[in-house]
Design a protein around this ligand. Structure first.
Ligand SMILES: Nc1ncnc2c1ncn2[C@@H]1O[C@H](COP(=O)(O)OP(=O)(O)O)[C@@H](O)[C@H]1O
Ligand SMILES: [Mg+2]
Length: 380
């Protein structure tokens, strides 16, 4: 197979994991003429519905991942939770972008936080621990309230437990299965923002307008872009994100989630070495979506124009909205400035991300003010 760069339309892109990020990338990749081969346990997964080829297997199964690599000119990821050992093994067959080292640094929260400390980047006071005594010692230093986070495999607040008082810490750790974890200070942030960028094989970087994010129950609820921000503050956030991308030698889209304190101080919350929920607004509001941008980066193409064409608000649609049956889509579809994205998931479990709505509006305050009413109408 020809794997020389740039990989041009007609080439096959392998995707490990068949969720909504892979799906939207597949939609953009196929529009551009690429082929998609995805690894997932279910051929009917969100990405599988837009793939040319599905290899059925689990993400930790080396043989299945190798099979994808053999059929692909480049392999990329829908999730950061593919074991780094699997990526290292298959990178002998096909290039893996981002590379195994990036994933090894990100997948373990303690290693990720050590990496950020080494770069001298600001984050909440944190510690890793292995038993109740170490947890107690860490809390003495950090103080309560605090948040315990599993070192591996967390997403959408899963594997996290809040500690109000130091005395509750063992019980909180028990609630997440007493697995290896980190503990960090609860941050009283003024708001959460994220920087979504892409870095090419040649090290070129394209940065999207910064997103302002509201979470509910630890799950992203809305994103507003561009985030209202003074130029110096925006430059500071961009500098943090580009420092991380370059230090990782990352290739592809990457997001850095940050807390902004009331005095303007920025703290890094976490790094996602992939397309990101807070970048979904780019798919509809920017000249180049984060999904096309990821394809361009991993194929060794020049990066596209990240310019935002219209202000936007993204609203996540989670499974809870399906409690009384299908939401009443006519209430989204009746709004000319609203774009509906559904991920084709087969069952709407609670807290599961099922889709999103993008509101294209020159006045994002107005769009944000309509979110509760829109969600209520969907369930009416
Ligand atoms: N130290 C913290 N202080 C305050 N809020 C936090 C803290 N850590 C996480 N959160 C909240 O929980 C959300 C999810 O946590 P995060 O660490 O980003 O995990 P993940 O996105 O992998 O589930 C954050 O976006 C934020 O709203
Ligand atoms: Mg997060």
């Amino acid at each position: 197979m020809n794997r020389s760069l740039p990989l041009l339309p007609g080439a096959t892109i392998g995707v490990l994991g068949g969720g909504q990020l892979g799906r939207m990338m597949a939609m953009e990749a196929r529009r551009m003429g690429y082929r998609i081969c995805v690894l997932d346990r279910d051929t009917r997964c969100p990405t599988g519905q837009f793939a040319d080829d599905v290899v059925v297997g689990t993400l930790d199964d080396l043989e299945s991942a190798r099979c994808v690599a053999e059929r692909s000119a480049v392999v990329t990821l829908d999730t950061e939770h593919v074991p780094a050992e699997v990526l290292t093994a298959i990178s002998e067959v096909a290039p893996v972008r981002p590379g195994p080292r990036v994933l090894a640094t990100i997948q373990d929260r303690a290693v990720q936080k050590q990496f950020l400390d080494r770069l001298g980047l600001p984050q909440a006071a944190w510690s890793t621990f292995a038993d109740d005594a170490e947890l107690a010692a860490a809390l003495t230093r950090i103080g309560a309230p605090a948040i315990i986070k599993a070192r591996r495999a967390g997403y959408d607040g899963k594997g996290q437990a809040r500690v109000e008082h130091a005395a509750d810490a063992p019980a909180a750790w028990h609630r997440i299965g007493s697995q290896p974890a980190t503990v960090e200070a609860l941050v009283r942030f003024a708001r959460e923002i994220s920087v979504v960028l892409a870095r090419g094989v040649d090290g070129a970087i394209a940065i999207y307008p910064i997103a302002e994010n509201v979470h509910r129950h630890h799950v992203l609820h809305t994103t507003r872009a561009p985030a209202p921000m003074a130029p110096a503050q925006r430059a500071a956030a961009e500098r943090i994100a580009t420092t991380i991308a370059a230090a990782l030698d990352h290739v592809g889209v990457m997001a850095v989630e940050m807390f902004e304190l009331p005095d303007g101080t920025l703290l890094v919350n976490e790094i996602a070495p992939r397309t990101h929920n807070s970048g979904h607004y780019t798919y509809g509001a920017c000249a180049t979506s984060q999904f096309e941008q990821h394809v361009r980066a991993v194929c060794g193409l020049p990066l596209g124009d990240p310019r935002q064409l219209t202000a936007a608000v993204m609203i996540n649609l989670i499974g809870d909205l399906w409690a009384d049956g299908d939401p009443r889509w006519q209430h989204v579809l009746a709004r000319p400035h609203a774009r509906l994205h559904l991920y084709g998931k087969l069952s709407p479990a609670r807290a599961r991300k099922m889709g999103h709505v993008l509101l294209l509006d020159d006045d994002p305050d107005r769009a944000l003010a309509s979110v509760d009413e829109l969600l209520a109408a969907l369930q009416s």
